[in-house]
Design a protein around this ligand. Structure first.
Ligand code: HEM
Length: 241
């Protein structure tokens, strides 16, 4: 039995908070918000493709021109991603072991159902990001893109994206992955409201539909790019084959 008179544990306040589910969930929602900020910023940058080759390539050059800051931001985002994934996996296994006897009939509560899908959509998002980095950042899967240059001698990110999405299989992978990202966001918002104690409040009643609309905007914004390429609305510049 627990000794109620025992001296308080020597573990620091943050360490004790981290050992509790709520501490892990808070860290997950904060890191998730930072990653969401990136997803929004990245979408705004990518939409430059509709302005044209110069706009998108200038944006890519601008990102590289911030030099050391780019690496600091990348390291920070990577840290956030690691925290997010690490605690997601930890909470997943803790929840499983808290229920040692498996239910005979699978009767899931609403919250349990969304947390069950979160781990799988989360894995889907993670695998997509790995593929995406190999595709467009490290240019490993399609090394032929690395030699593309525009008239100003800049890396031709614009043509790289178009060439990428002209491939039906690659476009399909992106369309499915972006749908998974958006689905993950809707359910992440739900569990975030729970973590912050906002569920079933009037505030949440307004925020919930707002997050669904927001996730739809993210979905439509991102899928517009491969769709516009496949539909021939965004085309390769003259001379690029
Ligand atoms: C139509 C959809 C997308 C397009 C066209 C696109 C395009 C790009 C391009 C061109 C780069 C390389 C930039 C460069 O090195 O100059 C890039 C990097 C990246 N993208 Fe995307 N992206 C898309 C969707 C996403 C989504 C949904 C996510 C996140 C879930 C994402 C996360 C990243 C990350 C983390 C990087 C690495 C950034 C860095 O270099 O520091 N992208 N993307």
């Amino acid at each position: 039995m627990q000794d109620v008179n025992a001296a308080p544990t020597t573990a620091s306040m943050p360490a004790r908070l981290l050992n509790r589910s709520i501490g892990k969930k808070l860290l997950m929602s904060l890191s998730g918000l930072v990653l969401l900020g990136y997803v929004v910023g990245h979408l705004i940058g990518n939409l430059q493709i509709f302005v044209g080759q110069n706009a998108l390539n200038a944006y890519a050059v601008f990102l590289r021109s911030i030099g050391a800051w780019l690496w600091i931001i990348r390291a920070f985002l990577l840290g956030m991603l690691i925290i997010h994934v690490w605690f997601a996996v930890k909470l997943y296994f803790e929840n499983r072991s808290a229920r040692p006897i498996r239910y005979k009939r699978k009767v899931y509560q609403e919250a349990t159902l969304s947390s069950r899908t979160m781990i799988w959509t989360g894995i889907g998002v993670f695998l997509f990001v790995v593929y995406h980095l190999l595709h467009f950042t490290f240019i490993v899967t399609n090394p032929q893109y690395s030699h593309l240059e525009d008239a100003l001698g800049r890396h031709d990110v614009y043509s790289m994206v178009i060439l990428g999405f002209q491939n039906y299989l690659i476009s399909a992978v992106y369309l499915v992955s972006i749908a998974i990202v958006s689905y993950h966001l809707v359910h992440a918002a739900k569990s975030m409201f729970q973590t912050w104690g906002l569920n079933d409040t009037n505030f949440e009643k307004i925020l919930r539909p707002a997050t669904v609309i927001f996730a739809w905007l993210i979905l439509l914004g991102y899928i517009a790019i491969p769709i516009a390429v496949l539909a021939g609305i965004v085309k390769l510049p003259e001379g690029v084959i």
